[in-house]
Design a protein around this ligand. Structure first.
Ligand SMILES: C[S@@+](CC[C@H](N)C(=O)[O-])C[C@H]1O[C@@H](n2cnc3c(N)ncnc32)[C@H](O)[C@@H]1O
Length: 329
């Protein structure tokens, strides 16, 4: 992967109403408080070579869901808080730009484009052709901070050389790879392409996200949703066989400790396991969330409340999304 000339001095143009995030600090300063890994087993057992695709029906469901084209606007709409907080956590942990960053499952490029504006060399990969087309079009529209590449691809087989990236973002693939062996393959690929000391930022959806949505958004009142939630809680396997437009698609929902274990088992050193939306998950879709985010004073109050509890182990499962930040050995 050829390095572009570093794009120095560009401080993020604001997108999606995001606030300036301040200077990113050198990573070394930030990795001071590794999480307690007492319960995390590190097992370097080799993953069997050869990719195994997820079941065809699952692949079809996931593709049909994303072919609706909603991802491009999601983070500026009901995913506003997820976006703000993920950007905040990335700003805290990523090395100072310019870094070589691979956004695996980068969809239409909302994060990749923002990081390119900050000066990072951004490479985006996604299995949905529509997403890659949207990312390329958006990249063309910001020519002074274009993506270095945007290609169709799969987290389980990254088209990059060993030790060629400073950062791998995996904000999505781990929850669409429903089999543990596939998630392990994706994490091993991330480790392979990261340089020693490189950073992985991997997102998961909480095992309890659909229960919370069921309550806050009232889905539990709709026929069929409770059965789906019961399976989510028992097995983590989320399915939406009738393709209900608001009930998401085929996914695996993690318990926080599972995410930590999977990352460590792939050979990473876990630095932090943090809530993305945290307890503000309970404001989702009630209209109240917009009230908090639209007013700058209230937004800061909200963000401080989330930060204060972001690493509290007993609360991680109460956040829709979690983010694991880990370094390659
Ligand atoms: C909910 S979207 C998240 C997109 C974006 N990263 C974000 O955080 O907003 C999940 C993304 O993962 C992608 N994805 C699903 N399976 C994948 C796989 N096996 N490899 C890479 N990406 C995958 C989907 O195409 C989709 O773009």
């Amino acid at each position: 992967m050829a390095r572009r000339a570093p794009l120095r001095g560009r401080v993020g143009a604001l997108a999606l109403g995001e606030e300036p995030l301040g200077q990113r600090r050198p990573a070394r300063e930030r990795f001071l408080e590794p999480v307690d890994l007492q319960e995390v087993q590190t097992d370097h057992a080799a993953i069997q070579p050869g990719l195994r695709l997820v079941a065809m029906a699952d692949e079809h469901d996931i593709a049909a869901y994303y072919d609706r084209g909603d991802e491009q606007g999601r983070l500026g709409d009901w995913g506003r808080l997820e976006f703000l907080r993920t950007r905040e956590l990335l700003a805290r942990y990523l090395p100072a730009p310019p870094a070589v960053v691979l956004d695996v499952g980068g969809a239409a490029g909302v994060y990749a484009l923002a990081l390119a504006r900050e000066g990072d060399e951004m490479h985006l990969l996604d299995p949905i052709a529509l997403h890659v087309e949207q990312a390329r079009a958006a990249s063309d529209a910001q020519r002074d901070a274009a993506l270095a590449s945007a290609e169709v691809g799969d987290a389980r087989q990254l088209p990059l050389a060993d030790a060629s990236a400073d950062v791998v973002l995996m904000l999505g693939p781990l929850y669409h790879l429903t089999e543990a062996v596939d998630r392990a393959r994706a994490l091993h690929e991330a480790r392979r392409v990261l340089r020693p000391g490189g950073l992985l930022a991997a997102a998961a959806i909480s095992r309890f996200a659909s229960t919370m949505d069921g309550l806050f958004r009232g889905f539990l009142l709709e026929p069929g949703f409770e059965a789906l939630v019961a399976r989510d809680v028992a097995e983590g396997q989320h399915r939406n066989p009738d393709g209900h437009p608001r009930w998401f698609t085929t996914a695996y929902f993690h318990r926080p400790d599972e995410l930590a274990r999977e990352v460590a088992t792939a050979g990473f050193e876990l630095q932090a396991l943090l809530a993305v939306e945290g307890l503000a998950t309970m404001l989702d879709d009630t209209g109240a969330l917009d009230d908090w985010l639209d007013d700058p004073t209230r937004r800061e109050l909200l963000l401080r409340a989330i930060r204060r509890t972001e690493g509290e182990p007993s609360l991680l499962g109460a956040s829709s999304h979690m983010l694991a930040l880990a370094t390659a050995p």
